[in-house]
Design a binder for this molecule. Structure first.
Ligand code: AMP
Length: 215
């Protein structure tokens, strides 16, 4: 089962990806996580992506499409399926995805669009912290009470504020999303497998809607 999540930054795509990953054994394909890992590993792709990410801009289509093409060709994606989280973000990427899936003989089962208003996104993004190692995301108030034993490394998670979650960059990211990714939402909206979700609902409620649509 292959699923696509589309929505602004901070709309809960990552959180819901974890739910589907656990329940159905799907591979979580987050292009943002892949770029952050590439930056940590100081690969050529990471070095190319970093400046765009720090400014809240999109990484060029060709770089993102090459990354996802390589990833979709790996065997784990053929097992139980995958969740695309944060790709495609431009119409050119959506067209490339369609070609890639056709070439691989794969199809999407559902497309979920996470809707959240701007004020809520700004609030969530500026309050969230991310683990440098496992990419777990938590609101600041939960980071304080987070037990090391629940973390990813023996000493617990290592939470930091992503450069692009800082308040100056957040509005830029939302602007870029509206200009470049809303056309992708329109591109998919007429599809029979398109589902709109209220991403402002509690995470459990959103998971319930997702699972209902997938059953
Ligand atoms: P995310 O973690 O999904 O919010 O992504 C963080 C940043 O990575 C974005 O603001 C972009 O700079 C870059 N990025 C991730 N996915 C894409 C994509 N599909 N197209 C272009 N840039 C991307």
């Amino acid at each position: 089962m292959n699923v696509l999540f589309i929505g602004p930054p901070g709309s809960g795509k990552g959180t819901q990806s974890k739910v589907l990953q656990k329940k159905f054994g799907l591979v979580h394909l987050s292009t943002g996580d892949m770029f952050r890992q590439a930056i940590t590993d100081q690969t050529e792709v990471g070095l190319r992506a970093k400046a765009f990410m720090d400014r809240g801009e999109y990484v060029p289509d060709s770089t993102v499409i090459d990354l996802i093409r390589d990833r979709l060709n790996k065997d784990d994606c053929k097992k139980n399926g995958f969740i695309l989280d944060g790709f495609p973000r431009t119409v050119a990427q959506a067209e490339a995805l369609s070609d890639l899936l056709n070439g691989l003989g794969m199809a999407l089962k559902a497309i979920f669009y996470f809707q959240v208003d701007r004020a809520e996104l700004v609030r969530r993004l500026s309050e969230r912290r991310t683990c440098r190692n496992c990419q777990r995301v938590l609101p600041l108030d939960q980071v304080v009470n987070f037990k090391p034993s629940e973390g990813c490394v023996p000493a617990g998670c290592d939470f930091y504020q992503r450069t692009d979650d800082q308040v100056e960059v957040v509005s830029k990211r939302i602007e870029v999303y509206e200009a470049q990714t809303m056309p992708v939402v329109e591109y998919y909206r007429k599809s029979a497998i398109f589902h709109a979700l209220n991403g402002a609902d509690a995470p459990d409620q959103v998971s319930g809607e997702l699972l209902k649509a997938l059953s």
